[in-house]
Design a protein around this ligand. Structure first.
Ligand SMILES: Nc1ncnc2c1ncn2[C@@H]1O[C@H](COP(=O)(O)OP(=O)(O)OP(=O)(O)O)[C@@H](O)[C@H]1O
Length: 274
């Protein structure tokens, strides 16, 4: 009898180096959302396991950002629900019905889910380190000295220890985005959402932000990334979800979706972007 040693694919080797996560399970159940007559999400269901990295891809206007924002209740939905480790961010269940929580409680629960925007959203009048300090002081009741120590560690983690006292205008786009990621991490979120984190960057600055995201994936953070960077999605994601007209048309490993798409809509989209 002969035996064959299978060489693990790049994807398998990459996933094998990742830490095992136990928190950060996201469950999206039958989510439907309309703006007036425009239905932008239709019965979307998706379960994301702790530590999984999911890339959401799809044409402009397909509902990717809306779905991302529904995860941390920045967007309310018309039907369906989203939970993180079994907890609603915006609601509590009483009997058979969901009741929206008060703003203060929503903000408290939302700290479990960080969101990094395309345009960084840093406060221009605060330095890099001050931008990071504010969030844990406001939302985690950390003292300023403790928040500063945390922020210094996070700046080092994103490779910006020497830029702590720079204002956003003194930083490149890639550096600003790394400060925004450090700020999101300051609340120790279970899940990090990225809305096209590299699309506002000059091409030569994209790599440094992608490196930070790769590091987060290795550390076992649950990541949901809306991206037009199909190459990056292929490399970092465990699962690619293709959304079109508010529906999940297809999902699977990068190999399944990008090389062997089953649906014509997926193939047509990929033919345009690849
Ligand atoms: N606040 C809003 N009010 C009305 N319509 C909205 C609002 N936000 C989004 N939409 C509409 O919802 C649809 C989905 O938008 P969404 O931003 O989720 O798509 P997307 O896939 O992220 O697009 P893109 O790749 O261009 O960012 C679009 O038709 C958009 O015009």
């Amino acid at each position: 009898m002969t035996s064959t040693t299978l060489t693990p694919s790049f994807d398998e080797q990459y996933v094998a180096t990742r830490k095992v996560a136990t928190v950060g399970r996201v469950e999206i159940s039958d989510v439907t959302k309309s703006y007036g007559a425009n239905t932008v999400l239709r019965d979307v269901s998706l379960a994301i396991e702790p530590g999984q990295v999911v890339a959401l891809i799809g044409p402009s206007g397909s509902g990717k950002s809306t779905l991302l924002r529904a995860i941390n209740h920045l967007e309310t939905v018309d039907r369906g629900s989203v939970t993180v480790d079994g907890q609603y961010i915006g609601y509590e269940r009483r009997g058979d019905t969901l009741h929206e929580l008060r703003e203060a409680e929503i903000l408290r629960r939302r700290t479990q889910v960080g969101l990094v925007f395309q345009n960084f959203n840093l406060f221009p009048h605060l330095t890099a380190i001050e931008n990071i300090i504010e969030a844990p002081v406001a939302h985690k009741r950390l003292t300023r000295p403790d928040a500063r120590a945390l922020a210094e560690g996070l700046l080092a983690r994103v490779g910006l220890a020497d830029k702590a006292d720079h204002y956003p205008r003194q930083l490149s786009g890639g550096q600003q985005q790394r400060v925004a990621i450090a700020r999101a991490l300051a609340l120790s979120p279970k899940v990090l959402l990225f809305d096209e984190p590299t699309s506002a960057l000059d091409p030569e600055l994209v790599g440094e932000v992608l490196d930070v995201i790769r590091g987060l994936a290795r550390d076992g953070t649950t990541l949901v990334i809306v991206t037009h960077e199909i190459g990056f999605a292929r490399e970092v994601a465990d699962r690619i979800v293709f959304l079109d007209h508010g529906e999940i048309v297809e999902q699977g490993t990068p190999g399944q979706v990008l090389r062997n798409a089953r649906h014509r809509r997926t193939r047509d989209f990929l033919a345009k972007v690849l």
